[in-house]
Design a protein around this ligand. Sequence first.
Ligand code: ADE
Length: 351
Amino acid sequence: MTIKKNNIEILNVSADRNLVDANLIQSDSDNFNDLNLRPQKLEDYIGQNEVKKNLSYLIKSAKIRNENLDHILLYGAPGLGKTTLANIIAVEMGVNVRVTSGPAIEKQGDIASIITNLKENDILFIDEIHRLKPAIEEILYSAMEDFAIDLIIGKGPGAKSMRLKLPRFTLIGATTKISQISSPLRDRFGAMYKLMFYDIKDINKIVQRSASLLNIKITSEASLLIAHSSRSTPRIANRLLKRVRDFAIVNKFDEIDQNHTKKCLELLGIDEIGLDDSDRHILSSIIEKFNGGPVGLSTISAITNEEEETIEEVYEPYLMQLGLMERTPRGRIITSKAYQHLGINLIKNEK
Ligand code: ADE
């Protein structure tokens, strides 16, 4: 089964198993709005200027040569716009993008079926590409390098290998964990771009752009407040904007101002630097139980009841970005800045 929207095709390779990352099926209203909020052209994409500049050369050159784009690896924290960029690249190239994700592809047959159905110059977007199984990766090596796959027909001594030519396609891989991508796979990408956290000015522009697309009236002070609370992440900024919009609709405010936004953020448990209850719980648990660390990831997971992967991928990057937590070879350490933010006295304990 496939779900089609504009030039985006979300793949569900076999009907009996869900091969599609649930995050990529934009079915509820919030997610549908997210799709509509996503810029379609590179010029409408705010921030990530270095990546945009590089991509623009890559795209223009491929168009002049009339060839497919080199394979591209996008990496960075969740919500920074990897999927959005993949869609933009497809629109700019005027080709179709087929979307799937690492954990959704279980068997070699799945990946073979996806890539043999691609057309010349099509883009295959694999989200969470670090979660591909080694056997699947192996199929990708020759597909990416030689635009061919070797299929084994039959079993045992009679088995035969058959080389199948593929159309020249472009693989765009996205990952939050570049270190978990094997080097043979990494080496096959012609271009690799790291998406950084956004600065406040850019996030503010994104909030104002989204507000205008959603017909939300918002003061510049209110949008700036949302930007400051957004963990420097467009996906979170747009989510907060929508929650503040709900607050305004229910309370019958004509325009969202700073005061309404403050009240709504308070209701959501989000403070002025964008930390939520879970961030504060992680910081205060390490302070209270381990005098601020160093402490290992598995221990943090045990004392906070959060999964290691969630701590590593969702909470830590932003806490480190703000300078509230540091990673050392001996474990995680909470900084004096975090003590100050939480209003806890720092008692130094030499370890
Ligand atoms: N919506 C989400 N991310 C965006 C970005 N980087 N630029 C413009 N609008 C966006």
